[in-house]
Design a protein around this ligand. Structure first.
Ligand SMILES: NC(=O)C1=CN([C@@H]2O[C@H](COP(=O)(O)OP(=O)(O)OC[C@H]3O[C@@H](n4cnc5c(N)ncnc54)[C@H](O)[C@@H]3O)[C@@H](O)[C@H]2O)C=CC1
Ligand SMILES: CC(C)CC(=O)C(=O)O
Length: 364
């Protein structure tokens, strides 16, 4: 990847590469755009096969956060971090404390939280070194693990997508195929099971599958079967780029509505599923519950206020469908249009987020 031409092409502000030999920290902080405010996005820890894969994931995720925060009506820009390593065996306290010092050095331009492979405990460790972290333990007056709230947002967004596809937002009796039953999707399955939906699940982690089968009477399938099972709704809740040339021909679902970031491998795949008549709930609109929840910490966390805003994902998904039909464009483009119009309106009045005065999260 030619990093500078990629950054120039997609308007990235900053990429910070961090290493700490003692702890083994290898992190890439990507800040895409801070027109709306400080960049907020989670920290993902994953066993990337190559450094190029890690850079690509960080950059794609960071841009996704710009659009997610804009579309959710937040005064936040987009950024994300990836840490290269196995979250099950490479973590140590020094790693996250060193990472926290790198974040503190950005002086509030980037605020982190959880994502795949990181936990509330990791955020608490980061909090030892920097103010610019959210999703930390409620003991600190914070919002805790964002995953259950993300799951609730995906649940209400999925209901809006079902109404568009089936004429009703009642999910009772619907068959939903869930890819990846981790933090978010386990909580999503709880909501769906309680509403009377039938669940088909898969995961590379067998224990996660067994838990979903036991708790929600889910049917388990192999990871490669999930795309072709007979279902009404496909819910991608694992990693990105899974809507692609290999998987699209297998799909039987009428709706795609899931938590995973960057579900479309390329934009053309969003156009392809639109032409096939599949109702696609854009990933960064439907999965914004987590960031809406942690963003509420910037005003002094109030769970009731945050959840009320998360429920608005239902109307936000409906707004995307309205734009798609009005302008005759795929839903992923309608979501981009909604986000870009908000950013442009704000860009006319200010440029990058610069730290002036006391940052609300600043304790030092
Ligand atoms: N945690 C949150 O609040 C938010 C998460 N997201 C996105 O939602 C997705 C899930 O996030 P979490 O639940 O937090 O992560 P997680 O790591 O708890 O769950 C992901 C699950 O997917 C499984 N998985 C990975 N590759 C797979 C594959 N090829 N096939 C089947 N399963 C596979 C993993 O084993 C894991 O159980 C990610 O894309 C994340 O970026 C988006 C917004 C907020
Ligand atoms: C609070 C975080 C989970 C936000 C984030 O990184 C995301 O929505 O992907």
């Amino acid at each position: 990847m030619e990093l500078f031409s990629y950054m120039e092409n997609y308007d990235y502000e900053q990429v910070v590469v961090c290493q700490d030999k003692l702890s083994g920290l290898k992190a890439i902080i990507a800040i895409h755009d801070t027109t709306l405010g400080p960049a907020l996005g989670g920290t993902r820890m994953w066993m990337y096969e190559t450094e190029a894969d890690a850079f690509e994931d960080a950059l794609r995720l960071a841009k996704g956060m710009t659009y997610k925060n804009a579309a959710a009506g937040l005064n936040l820009g987009g950024g994300k971090t990836v840490i290269i390593g196995d979250p099950r065996k490479d973590k140590n306290e020094e790693m996250f404390r060193a990472f926290g010092r790198y974040i503190q050095g950005l002086n509030g331009r980037y605020i982190t939280a959880e994502d795949v492979g990181t936990t509330v405990q990791d955020m608490d460790t980061i909090y030892e070194e920097t103010d610019y972290v959210t999703g930390i333990s409620p003991a600190f007056g914070s919002s805790g693990n964002p995953s259950p709230v993300t799951a609730y947002g995906v649940y209400v967004g999925m209901k809006a997508a079902a109404k568009e596809a089936f004429g009703t937002d009642d999910l009772a009796g619907k068959t939903i195929a869930v890819q990846g039953v981790g933090n978010v999707a386990y909580n999503l399955c709880k909501h769906l099971h309680e509403e009377g939906a039938s669940l088909i699940v898969t995961d590379i982690n067998k224990e996660s599958v067994q838990r979903a089968v036991a708790d929600f009477n889910a049917k388990a399938v192999d990871v490669n079967e999930i795309y072709s099972v007979d279902c009404d709704i496909f819910a991608p809740c694992a990693l990105g780029a899974i809507i692609n040339d290999q998987t699209i021909p297998q799909l039987k679902a009428k709706v795609i509505a899931g938590a995973a970031n960057n579900q479309l491998k390329e934009e053309r795949h969003g156009s392809l599923i639109h032409e096939m008549g599949i109702v696609y709930a854009p990933d960064y609109v439907i999965n914004a519950g987590g960031v809406i929840n942690v963003a509420d910490e910037l005003n002094g966390y109030n769970s009731e206020r945050a959840l009320k805003k998360v429920e608005g994902i239902y109307q936000n998904i409906e707004k995307v469908f309205d734009i798609s039909k009005r302008d005759q464009i795929p839903t992923f483009k309608a979501a981009d249009r909604m986000a870009e119009e908000r950013i442009e309106r704000m860009r006319r009045s200010r440029r990058q987020f610069l730290q002036n005065g006391q940052h609300i999260l600043s304790r030092r």
